[in-house]
Design a protein around this ligand. Sequence first.
Ligand SMILES: C[S@@+](CC[C@H](N)C(=O)[O-])C[C@H]1O[C@@H](n2cnc3c(N)ncnc32)[C@H](O)[C@@H]1O
Length: 239
Amino acid sequence: MSTPPASDLDRRVAELLQAARRRREQGRETIAAIVRHQPDAIVRAYSRVRFMILRQSFLDAIGQYFPERGEILDLGCGFGLFSLYYATMGPERRITGVDLDARRIEMARRCAAALGVTNATYIAEDVLRWRDERTFDAIYMLDLVHHLPVADVAGTLERIASRLAPGGTLIIKDVADKPTYKMLFTLALDRLMVGFEPIRYWPVLELSSLLRALGFDVRVHPIRDVLPYPHVLYVCRRG
Ligand SMILES: C[S@@+](CC[C@H](N)C(=O)[O-])C[C@H]1O[C@@H](n2cnc3c(N)ncnc32)[C@H](O)[C@@H]1O
């Protein structure tokens, strides 16, 4: 029995589905390669866990706001896991990662070199002191805000916002203070990583009001997880 000829629309839908499948597969392979190329066994284990928490669908939900080409800034980039992901998935992007921890930055550079990624560069610097003359088409901060001193957050966000190109997007992924059991779960894990350093999980209303006061149009998305993390995504654009 012969299959009826597909209409142009059917063909187009099939092509789009095929392209989405290929991209998803490329994303899976990219994550596996980033984990595999970590220069240190402990960081390799950490990376595996980090990519389980901020898994591919989550990263792609964030990545949809990034242009395919242009300057992108990752503040508090840690070991560079996610900047390496976005740089590999968008070879025409130029990504700059900034982190206070010089060891993490060194690991990020080594991993980029091992992967042959040339469109991600890393700077060891405190975000509170960081200055850059460039403007960026997108800026993101994944789980950084709750580590910053409360008194510095408004000024830092204002300075960061001034580096955003017209029409650019600021993405903040952070952890909310509610529900309490989820917040305590996250706090226990954060304490394992940073000891007794100050941490503040901002109430969603407070952080979104602050961002709106800086002139952003803010959309807030809670993100569900099988683990009890109160993840929240703030998508901020200037009108
Ligand atoms: C929870 S980790 C998140 C790392 C990475 N964004 C990720 O999602 O895997 C927080 C990162 O923020 C960095 N950090 C904390 N305070 C900072 C500051 N004042 N300036 C720059 N980086 C900072 C830490 O060194 C750490 O790598």
